[in-house]
Design a protein around this ligand. Structure first.
Ligand code: GLC
Ligand code: CA
Length: 529
């Protein structure tokens, strides 16, 4: 039985607070800055904001290293600002989804400060300590184990050594996290985006990190303790999820999460590893997106839909054409993604077609993952040029440059010196121009709100040329055709259906033997010809 949920109707918008809007000239985006831009988000039409972390943090990983879950980082504002953000957003029908980073804390969290004091400290077992390291590697390069001189043991950190992993086997850890989640739920938030949540069931001694045996038991326990009865959107970040695993997380009957972020369409485009760079294969993209569409329906789970976030290069630069066909490729990606079944997520700047921001020297790189990788790569014989090319292709700073609001100094992001330089193209690419990319997103968001076929219709791939992503959505006897030429080449599309009504984009006169311009995309209601 289909149970309708508010997140079936909305498009979410991810804010990376450091880079969204500075309000006090210190060069760092902040919560008052976000509040000042709520009308912009409301005009776009989004129904929720995924807010990357704003909690107290030494900012080793820009806030994904939390030192106090119940305090706001002073550079982002105060708890009063946060409460105002929740309230002001609510007035505009926008819910705030907080980032929940509970695989690890900061090494400056009070629990870790205590834990490292002695082997018998009451918080010792909040973290994972061993006498000897094993072969586990950190996502941010090097061993996942750090020696702590005071007690002469190693602690586990799957990310930076300043992000010690919490020990979820410990019941006290779990209860403390659920209590903290309730603190936020009571403030009236709309849900949680759960950072690397698939790692919390890890078995470090067996070198199992993702999808450990107790993962789903923990999520069910969490749901009962902190989520049930509050109508929240929860989305787990799960890099290794398959559709089968996605059903475990998101099947309504199982009472775990609303949905997950799967990354198959992202990692499939990596040469070997992330750092070897990206390519874009439309056939692979179609096959992967199609598989997820067919596997998950509202009855057995739910999809999230995204191409960008704060960890990925801008899709326009990675897969699209961010030069001559920037507008067209942005619109084509938006159109074919947003008319799928699932909840779409827009990452700040995506709606105006922001692009990657290349650097020429390593000194310009801020991101800890890129810096650690660069150190490693230089040691293992890569040249400086190769390292910079790698960072320019996939480094996380690409997506983290300040939001480009207008053509004034620093793109209207700050009156001071931005913490990360503004992309040099801001005079041409900025939100003040309200260009056709923004209008496309606006229209797609409105279409989703109004049309149940987008939320619940069946999905069927339509045979097409390799470069063309085409699919049919069917709902209550009506049929809708979505076609996107995801390439710089002229392509062809042929169908026996007739266009009843174009809904968005530029549809050709006849669907029979149509010639598609590079990145041409459209959706229409069709009837049997
Ligand atoms: C997630 C976040 C990323 C962060 C990492 C460690 O992948 O999206 O930004 O660095 O977890 O918290
Ligand atoms: Ca600021």
């Amino acid at each position: 039985m289909l149970e309708k949920k508010w997140w079936h109707d909305v498009v979410m918008y991810q804010i990376y607070p450091r880079s969204f809007q500075d309000s006090n000239g210190d060069g760092i985006g902040d919560i008052p800055g976000i509040i000042s831009r709520l009308d912009y988000l409301s005009s776009l039409g989004v129904g929720g904001i995924w807010l990357s972390p704003v909690y107290a943090s030494p900012m080793d990983d820009n806030g994904y290293d939390i030192s106090d879950y119940e305090a706001i980082a002073p550079e982002f504002g105060t708890m009063a600002d946060m409460e105002q953000l929740i309230a002001e957003a609510k007035k505009r029908n926008i819910r705030i989804v907080m980032d929940l980073v509970v695989n690890h804390t900061s090494d400056e969290h009070a629990w870790f400060i205590e834990a490292r004091q002695s082997k018998t400290n009451q918080y010792r077992d909040f973290y994972i300590w061993r006498d000897e390291p094993n072969a586990l590697k950190s996502t941010f390069s090097g061993s996942a184990w750090q020696f702590d001189a005071l007690t002469k043991q190693y602690y586990l950190h799957l990310f930076s050594k300043r992000q010690p992993d919490l020990n979820w086997e410990n019941e006290n850890v779990r209860q403390a996290i659920y209590k903290m989640m309730n603190f936020w739920v009571d403030k009236g938030i709309g849900g949680f985006r759960m950072d690397v949540i698939d790692l919390i069931g890890k078995l470090p001694d067996a070198e199992i990190t993702g999808n450990g045996p107790k993962l789903h038991a923990y999520l069910q326990e969490m749901n009962a303790a902190a989520l049930a009865g509050h109508d929240l959107l929860t989305v787990g970040e799960t890099w290794e999820a398959t559709p089968e695993l996605a059903k475990l997380y998101s099947s309504p009957a199982r009472q775990e999460l609303s949905m997950i972020f799967q990354f198959e369409h992202i990692t499939a485009m990596w040469h070997e590893t992330k750092w070897a760079g990206n390519y874009f294969s439309v056939p692979k993209f179609k096959a992967i997106m199609g598989k997820w569409q067919q596997e998950l329906s509202a009855e057995n789970g739910w999809n999230s839909l995204f191409l960008n976030n704060h960890d990925l290069p801008r899709v326009l630069s990675a897969w699209g054409n961010d030069k001559e066909k920037r507008v067209e490729s942005a619109q084509a990606f938006a159109l074919c993604l947003h008319l799928l079944r699932g909840t779409p997520y827009i990452y700040q700047g995506e709606e105006i077609g922001m692009t990657n921001c290349p650097v020429t020297t390593l000194a310009e790189v801020d991101d800890i993952e890129s810096r650690n990788w660069a150190n490693d790569a230089l040691k293992t014989g890569h040249t400086q040029e190769e390292v910079i090319a790698g960072i320019n292709a996939v480094g996380r700073d690409n997506a983290r440059t300040p939001m480009q609001w207008d053509a004034t100094d620093n793109a209207g992001f700050t009156s001071g010196t931005p913490w990360l330089p503004v992309n040099a193209n801001y005079k041409r690419i900025n939100a003040a121009q309200k260009g056709s990319i923004f209008e496309t997103y606006q229209k797609l968001i409105a279409l989703r709100k109004e049309n149940d076929w987008i939320k619940y219709g069946d999905f069927e791939p339509v045979t097409s040329e390799a470069t063309v992503f085409a699919y049919l959505r069917t709902y209550q006897e009506k049929k809708y055709l979505i076609v996107a030429n995801l390439s710089d080449e002229t392509s062809h599309f042929s169908s026996s259906y007739k266009n009843r009504q174009t809904l968005i984009g530029a549809a050709p006169e006849s669907l029979n033997a149509a010639v598609l311009a590079p990145w041409q995309a459209f959706a229409c209601e069709v009837e049997v010809g």
